[in-house]
Design a protein around this ligand. Structure first.
Ligand code: GDD
Ligand code: MN
Length: 378
């Protein structure tokens, strides 16, 4: 009936309309060229006659991942590629992939073959046959393992962050940091506006944002070693994650990037003192040396934030120079208000530590808010 209507509307030339996919696989990629074909092969083998689609979400990888994905898409209509130019971030890539499909069931899987694609059929079966909203492929429950794919440090960091995540989400799942899970569209879409696009931990964010409102199932697997290319996980991802926990625990009051920004600001004090120690013996007056050291600290804070806190929005060339000048102005005002508030408080509460701390927090909040809104805005 449907197909007949379709043909009539198009003067009989159109092919019969095919139904959309039941399952969408979102596969974030950054420099994964060497793995793409194998991922598609494994997914196809695991899913058999399920109606699926696979969306590679690539952040304009320099190795040409997106071009290869498009090539594969020409050969196999179930494969698509979303190419995000000028942006970076695993969590954001997953969110955009989810929002780009109409499939009622959606999954995230890494492109590097560390996730066992043969699980997909089982995960799908759980969602088909139970009322669960979310199926997590866990590395830690009995029967699963994470020993092969992780270095000793990553294993330790992973266990620690798992414990933290359980504390912050209040949900007792074995592997809240898994990068491999399947979720019902109806469960995901209402959460999407409150998810953070920064960082690596999309599942954690979903769990925390849902406040225990999801019905969860787990399946276990063993986390394999990476096949081609290198992991993109680094220290900044740890900071992003801690920032995300703070955001969730404060119910969104403290933004994800504030932690990284504030740490750099604190480190700036050391830079300031070091610069002072260099400038003072060179014969500058204290005022001159202090001014010089302030500029040095502000400059280093600016470039550190540009390289880490805002690496996904990194500025360069003239734009960076302009932003640096604006940063001096913003931080200058921040410092004045810090001193002003601290002095005023000290009149009422003459013990230095509390006024000094409050003044610093106000300065940091001011610097962050303005820099975030004006210099590194989306
Ligand atoms: N689009 C996009 N943008 N993709 C990215 C980015 C990015 O900035 N960074 C990483 N990816 C892609 C990689 O290409 C890979 O397909 C996948 O995301 C995972 O990245 P890896 O660099 O391989 O991460 P990992 O193996 O260290 O960490 C994985 O396992 C952890 C534990 O399960 C990820 O799945 C984590 O989310 C997970 O917590
Ligand atoms: Mn990996």
């Amino acid at each position: 009936m449907d197909a007949k209507l379709n043909m009539l509307a198009d003067g009989g030339r159109a092919a019969p309309r095919a139904a959309g996919p039941e399952l969408a696989l979102i596969v974030p990629t950054f420099n994964e060229r060497g793995n793409l074909r194998e991922v598609v092969r494994q997914v196809a083998a695991s899913l058999g006659d399920v109606r699926w689609e696979l969306i590679f979400v690539d952040d304009a990888s320099p190795d040409g991942t997106a071009a290869l994905a498009a090539e594969i898409g020409l050969e196999d209509g179930r494969v698509r590629c979303l190419n995000r130019i000028g942006r970076r971030g695993l969590a954001g890539a997953c969110i955009e992939g989810f929002l780009a499909t109409s499939a009622p069931i959606m999954a995230v899987m890494d492109a590097d073959l560390q996730h066992d694609a043969t699980l997909l059929a089982r995960m799908l079966e759980r969602l088909r046959t139970t009322s669960a909203d979310l199926v997590i492929a866990s590395r830690y429950s009995e029967g699963g393992s994470a020993t092969e794919g992780f270095s000793a440090f990553r294993r330790f960091a992973s266990r620690l962050s798992t414990a933290l995540a359980r504390f912050a989400t209040g949900v007792a799942v074995t592997d809240p940091m898994s990068g491999f899970f399947m979720i019902r569209r109806t469960a995901f879409v209402p959460l999407a506006p409150d998810l953070a696009s920064e960082g690596f931990k999309i599942l954690f964010d979903i769990l925390a944002t849902a406040h225990g409102g999801l019905k969860i199932e787990e399946v276990t697997y063993s986390f394999a070693a990476r096949q081609e290319g290198a992991s993109k996980f680094d220290t900044q991802n740890i900071l992003d994650f801690l920032g995300l926990i703070i955001t969730k625990v404060t119910q969104g009051v403290v933004p994800v990037r504030f932690l990284s920004f504030a740490l750099i600001g604190s480190a700036g004090i050391l830079v300031h003192l070091a610069a002072l120690a260099v400038l003072k013996p060179l014969g500058f007056s204290f005022g001159e040396a202090q001014t010089g050291a302030t500029l040095v600290a502000m400059t280093s804070n600016f470039f550190l934030n540009n390289a880490t806190t805002y690496r996904d929005r990194r500025l360069s060339g003239i734009a960076a120079l302009k932003a640096l000048l604006a940063f001096y102005v913003i931080c200058g005002i921040g410092t004045l208000s810090n001193i002003g508030v601290a002095n005023w408080l000290y009149l009422h509460y003459p013990r230095w530590i509390v006024p000094a701390l409050i003044g610093s927090v106000i300065g940091a909040v001011w610097n962050f808010t303005l820099s975030n809104q004006l210099l590194w805005r989306k």
